[in-house]
Write a new protein. Structure first.
Length: 308
């Protein structure tokens, strides 16, 4: 489903018209989705929960087609929260089988993924999954890590609180090991220690089902995102719902740009203050620490991928 097969020419005349209109304006670089409403969808449609989850995963492919048409280069989806581990064994089994099927599909289509420059990234503590799933998730990340045209970011075994806690813990360990000084700790350093590390901030966050909450999702990255709460269940989310979200983003974008500019000016002042408070060699230590952190994270993935 990640490998897009739909071209602009396959849209109807009115869809192509809307696409051209939106392309004339500013569009988000990074769109994040909270895919809510799958279980309610199964009850309304009278289908099994597993069938509803499958339709929800197929919807991801459709939405990725939309994003490709609009030139959106980074897409994140909230696929499984750490809190979801509290669900019944039956439901978790349904989801894990689906994850396994989709990861295996991605690995079977590596040639197409690499040809189109698609990177698959998984954000979260994947060690909490069964070993065979962790192995698949690590493998697909390693095999597409070099791609730069498009990033599909799956948030699995993820919450913002856990991500931020992990970032702080990483920095604290760096200080304890003598690789960082306390004065080296800055917002930028914490940002580079997040799971998102090299991803741009979220510009547009869309939650389906009509629920108006973020459910502990990408709260660090979405500090200036336009929030869109669509009154539609995820499997029913379609082209017009996506267009509506983009129109809302374009409507709010001028104000958003102004706020980001002000925040940027504030950060520059903060960085000047931080630089004055830094000891000599601080920037070098930060850079060396972040490079080493990337290396260690890759080694962890390689270890997962070698599992039998």
């Amino acid at each position: 489903a990640v490998v897009s097969t739909q071209s602009t020419g396959e849209y109807s005349w009115w869809q192509r018209f809307l696409i051209r209109c939106l392309l004339a304006g500013t569009l988000p670089k990074h769109v994040a989705f909270i895919m809510d409403g799958n279980r309610r969808f199964s009850k309304i449609r009278g289908i099994t929960r597993a069938e509803s989850y499958l339709m929800g995963f197929e919807k991801i492919g459709e939405v990725l087609d939309y994003c490709e048409v609009f030139g959106i280069k980074v897409v994140s989806v909230y696929a499984f929260s750490i809190e979801n581990f509290k669900r019944s064994e039956e439901e978790k089994g349904e989801l894990f089988r689906l994850f396994e099927e989709k990861m295996t599909y991605l690995l079977g289509n590596l040639e197409k993924l690499n040809e189109k420059g698609i990177r698959i990234k998984v954000m979260g503590d994947i060690s909490l999954f069964p070993g065979h799933l962790t192995k698949l998730m690590a493998d697909v990340q390693l095999r597409t890590a070099h791609n730069t045209e498009f990033c599909f970011n799956l948030c699995l075994s993820y919450t913002s609180r856990e991500e931020m806690t992990n970032s702080v813990r990483t920095v604290v360990e760096g200080v304890r090991e003598g690789r960082l000084e306390v004065s080296d700790i800055t917002e930028n350093l914490l940002d580079r220690c997040m799971y998102s590390e090299d991803l741009p901030p979220v510009d547009l966050l869309v939650r389906t089902s009509g629920e108006v909450r973020l459910s502990d999702y990408m709260m660090w990255q979405a500090n200036f995102a336009v929030l869109q709460f669509a009154r539609v269940l995820w499997p029913d989310f379609g082209f017009l719902h996506f267009v509506s979200s983009l129109l809302d983003y374009q409507r709010q974008q001028p104000r958003l740009a102004e706020l980001r500019e002000r925040y940027g000016e504030f950060l520059e002042k903060m960085r000047d203050w931080e630089v004055r408070g830094m000891e000599e060699g601080s920037e070098g230590r930060q850079e060396e620490f972040c490079v080493e952190l990337k290396r260690r994270r890759r080694e962890v993935l390689e270890e997962f991928a070698r599992r039998e």
